[in-house]
Design a protein around this ligand. Sequence first.
Ligand code: SAH
Ligand code: SF4
Length: 350
Amino acid sequence: MIDIKSLYFSELESFISENGFERFRAKQISSWLNKGVKTFYDMKNLPKNLVDFLETSCYISVANIEKKLISRYDETVKYLFRLNDGEFVETVVMKYRHGYSICVSTQVGCKMGCTFCATGKSGFSRNLSASEILAQIESASQDLKVRISNVVLMGMGEPLDNFDNVVRFLKLVSADDGLNIGMRHITLSTCGIVPKIYELAKYNFAITLSVSLHAPDNETRNKTMPVNKRYPIEQLIKACRDYFNSTGRRVSFEYAMIDGVNDSDECAKRLSSLLNGMNCHVNLIPVNSVKGSVYKKSRIERQKAFINILNKNSVTATVRRTLGSDINASCGQLKRNHTQEGGKQLGNIQ
Ligand code: SAH
Ligand code: SF4
C-alpha cells in the first residue's frame, strides 16, 4: 500500500498517469488531501474507477485525537494522537504573541536513552513517515481552527535517526501546494548524531538547528546522554561550527539545568569556553522531572548565576519560559502515563 500523503506532487502525478489516469487528477487528489479528507470516497469529483483504484492501492495517514489536554495557566494544548496502526504520539501546540507553534513527534519512542527524558525511558517502537508528521499539524490546526505558523521537531523521537522521512517532511510542509510553512519557521532538535548533521548541512535548508547539549564536557554528558559515547562533545561542536559555516544559520543549544548535575559555576565556565567565538544561542531550561527519575530542576539563584557567567563570557543565553507545566507539556510524559495507567486522565480534557 502506498502512503499517498508522503508523495511529492511530482511523484503523485507520475503514479496516477502510470496507472492509466489523467495527470490533472493528481491536482484534485492533492487538494482533497490538503483539505484533510480521511477516505478516498470523500473525493467527490473523482471518477469511480479512480476512487476504487486509490482505495485498493493507497492509504491516507491520520492522527486521530485520543486525548486532549488544555493548560489552565496558558493556552498550551497537548494531544495524544492515535496513528493508523494504533501507535500513539504526542504533539503540543503553544500560543505565542506572533502566532501558533507546534511541537511534533518524529518517531514512536526513541532509541537514544537520555536519562532525563520520558520518551527515552519508554524505548523505541518505529519511525514516523513524513505524512504522519504532517498529519499531527493538520489534525491540531483543524481541531483548534487556527493556522500554525511555526514548527519545532522536538516531540518524541530523534529526527536525525529518521533522516529520510524528516527531510521529506521538511520539503512537503514548506511546499507552496502544501501547508506552506517556510523553512525559517522550522526548528529541528537533535541529540547530536554527528554524521547526520553534516548530511543535513548539504541540503542548505533555512531551518534552525537546535542541539541538545545539556552538559559542557564528556564526563557529564556520557552520564545523561549515551549518544555522547559514540559522538563525543568535541566532534559535536566541530559539526555545529561547520554547519554554521556551510549554511550561514546560527545553531542554538538546549541546556536542561539539572540540580547538582550540570549547573555549577564550573560547568558554566566550561560551557563558555566550549562555545567560545561561536555564533550561537543557548536556551536554558529548568529540567522537567519525569516519573522514575531523580533529577530536580536547578534553583532560580543557580539559573541566574549560570546565565551571568555565560553572558560575562559573551555567550548569549536565555532561560526559556515553560509552558503547559500542568499538563506535562514536555513530550513523552503523556504517552508514558497513558500506556502505564491505562489511559487515566491527567488534566483538563475535552
Ligand atoms: N531527540 C531530539 C528532539 C526531541 S527531545 C533531541 O533530543 O533534541 C526535545 C527536547 O526536550 C530536547 O532538547 C531534549 O533534550 C529535551 N528534554 C527531554 N526531556 C527533558 C526534560 N525532562 N526536561 C527538559 N528538557 C527535556
Ligand atoms: Fe530521544 Fe531526544 Fe529524549 Fe534523548 S532527549 S531520549 S534523543 S527524544
